[in-house]
Design a protein around this ligand. Structure first.
Ligand SMILES: NC(=O)c1ccc[n+]([C@@H]2O[C@H](COP(=O)([O-])OP(=O)(O)OC[C@H]3O[C@@H](n4cnc5c(N)ncnc54)[C@H](O)[C@@H]3O)[C@@H](O)[C@H]2O)c1
Length: 353
C-alpha cells in the first residue's frame, strides 16, 4: 500500500468513471482503495480487474468507519448514477445516494480524512428558466429523485466543513468517452453507439435540450486538480466541471456523430422527451480557481476517439437491446432474476466473488 499521504478511497471505483479514475490516479502514483458493491462488473466480462491497490467489496450502506483509516481523501462516486435509476425507487435513491453519502462523509470526518470530493451533477440545474449559462450561484431546480439526492448531499455534507474537513462538490456535465466499464445510456456514448451499430442516430426528443458535456479523462483531471490544490482554493466549494464550448444541443451532438460515422442518418423523434432537463452551464469558476485543470478534449475529438474504441469493440445492434451497457436495464435484470432483492442488495448465494 502506498503511504497514507497519497492514498485515496474511491467509492464506485468499478463503475464507468471509477474504473478510469482508478487507473488515472494509480498512473500518477496515488494509492487507490476501491469500494464498490460490484453491480456492473460482470457486464464487462471481468470481475475485480480495475487495478485498485486494495478493493473492498461492500455496499456503502454497510460501511464501517475503520475502512477510512489511513486515507487522505475520499472521491465519492458510488450510487444510483442517473435519473432513470433514481426513478426505480425514490426511497432507495435517497437511502443510497443521500443518507449513505452523508454517513460516509461523517465517518470520513471522524477519521480525519482531509478532502471529501463528491461527484455531484449539473442535473441539479434541472429545467433552466433561461438560456443563459448557469453558474454555481444560480438557483438549482432538481426535478428528479437523482438530482434531488445530489442537492441534498451538497447541503448536508457542506454543513460538516470545518478547519480539518474539506468537502468539495463537483457538478459534472454529462460524461462521455471510453472506459473499461462502458455505459451506453449517456448521451454521446448512446448516439454514437446507435450510429455504429445500426447506421441510424436516434434522438429521443425534439433535439432542442441543452447538455453540457465532459470527456471522462477531463473529469479525472478535475479530481486530480482538486486533490492537489491548496485547501484555501477548494474547501467547501462547488465547481461546475466541464468546458464552456461544450454546451451543446442534443441535435448538435447528433450532427457531430453523423459527420464522424460514415453513411449514417439522424432521426429526430420530434416529441417531448420524458427527460425534461435542459441547461447551459458556465465553467469559469473551476478554470479560474484551479490552474492545473486544463480540459483538453473537444466533443468532436472525443467522439472520434470513442468511435475508434467502438470499432475495436465491434458494437452490434444486439448491444443496444441488451441490458449490460444500460444501468437501469441491468438493475431490473438483476432483480428479475432474483440476484438483487428489492433493497438492491445481493441475495446471499448470488453475491459476486
Ligand atoms: N456519468 C456521468 O455522466 C455523470 C455525470 C454527473 C455525475 N455523475 C456521478 O458520478 C458517479 C459515477 O458515475 P458513473 O457513470 O461511473 O456511474 P456507474 O453507474 O457506472 O458507477 C457507479 C458505481 O457505484 C457502485 N455502486 C452503486 N451503488 C452502490 C452501493 N450502494 N454501494 C457500493 N457501490 C455502489 C456501482 O456498483 C458502480 O460500480 C455517480 O455518482 C454519478 O451520479 C456521473
Amino acid at each position: 500500500m502506498t503511504d497514507s499521504a497519497n492514498t485515496v478511497l474511491i467509492t464506485g471505483n468499478q463503475g464507468y468513471i471509477g474504473a478510469e479514475l482508478t487507473r488515472y490516479l494509480r498512473d500518477r502514483s496515488y494509492g487507490v482503495v476501491g469500494l464498490d458493491t460490484m453491480y456492473y462488473t460482470e457486464c464487462h466480462g471481468s470481475s475485480n480487474a480495475v487495478g485498485a491497490t486494495k478493493q473492498i467489496v461492500k455496499d456503502i450502506r454497510d460501511l464501517a468507519p475503520n475502512e477510512l483509516d489511513g486515507v487522505r481523501a475520499v472521491v465519492h462516486l458510488a450510487g444510483l448514477s442517473n435519473d432513470p435509476l433514481g426513478d426505480l425507487s425514490p426511497a432507495l435513491t435517497q437511502e443510497i445516494n443521500h443518507v449513505a453519502s452523508v454517513k460516509l462523509a461523517r465517518f470520513a470526518k471522524e477519521r480525519e480524512v482531509e478532502r471529501f470530493i463528491f461527484a455531484s451533477s449539473c442535473s441539479v440545474y434541472g429545467i433552466a428558466a433561461t438560456d443563459c449559462a448557469l453558474s454555481e450561484t444560480s438557483p438549482i431546480r432538481p426535478v428528479t429523485e437523482y438530482a434531488k439526492s445530489k442537492a441534498l448531499v451538497e447541503r448536508d455534507v457542506g454543513a460538516m466543513a470545518d478547519a480539518r474537513f474539506h468537502p468539495v462538490f463537483l457538478r459534472n456535465a454529462t460524461v462521455y468517452g471510453p472506459s473499461s466499464r462502458l455505459r451506453l445510456d449517456l448521451l454521446v456514448n448512446n448516439l454514437l453507439a446507435w450510429a455504429c451499430a445500426s447506421g441510424k442516430i436516434m434522438v429521443m426528443s425534439d433535439g432542442t435540450p441543452w447538455r453540457p458535456l465532459l470527456h471522462i479523462s477531463d473529469f479525472c483531471q478535475a479530481v486530480l486538480a482538486v486533490l492537489e490544490a491548496p485547501l484555501s482554493k477548494v474547501s467547501n466549494q462547488i465547481f461546475n466541471v466541464g468546458r464552456n464550448e461544450d454546451n451543446l444541443r442534443v441535435s448538435e451532438v447528433a450532427e457531430i456523430v453523423r459527420r464522424t460515422v460514415p453513411g449514417t442518418t439522424v432521426e429526430i423523434l420530434s416529441r417531448v422527451s420524458s427527460d425534461e432537463r435542459t441547461y447551459r452551464v458556465n465553467f469559469d469558476k473551476i478554470t479560474g480557481a484551479l490552474p492545473h485543470f486544463k480540459p483538453v478534449h473537444t466533443v468532436h475529438g472525443g467522439i472520434e476517439q470513442l468511435y475508434r474504441d467502438y470499432l475495436r469493440l465491434g458494437l452490434v445492434k444486439e448491444d443496444l437491446d441488451a441490458p449490460r451497457f444500460f444501468r437501469v436495464r441491468w438493475m431490473k435484470h438483476l432483480m428479475a432474476t432474483g440476484r438483487l432483492n428489492k433493497e438492491l442488495r445481493w441475495t446471499t448465494e448470488c453475491e459476486p466473488a
